[in-house]
Design a protein around this ligand. Sequence first.
Ligand SMILES: [Zn+2]
Ligand SMILES: [Zn+2]
Ligand SMILES: [Zn+2]
Length: 108
Amino acid sequence: QTYHPRCFKCCECGLCLDGLDFAVNEEDSYKIYCHKDYFKIFSPRCAVCNGTIDPIQGTNEVVRVVSADADYHIDCYKCQRCQMQLTDEPDKMCYPLGKMLFCYNCRL
Ligand SMILES: [Zn+2]
Ligand SMILES: [Zn+2]
Ligand SMILES: [Zn+2]
């Protein structure tokens, strides 16, 4: 795709993207974004802290926990009462209660 040089800028912050990394909105290819805004808008959001789940710096790899159709930071995926890290292991399974996450012992 070609753009007028003056149109070739992030539609969020207006940064000129000439020579920079950029990303195109998959649904609306007329909208282009700088990397920062693209991840801000399209990154999955953690269901606990509501923050975006950013890729590891310098990569496109996003580390997250996906459970019951929600996304979580690894660090946020823990029992909200005793703070134990939850995993798929049988004794550390997550027992969600509404939007809250609990371990087996704390959900009672
Ligand atoms: Zn931008
Ligand atoms: Zn989080
Ligand atoms: Zn617990």
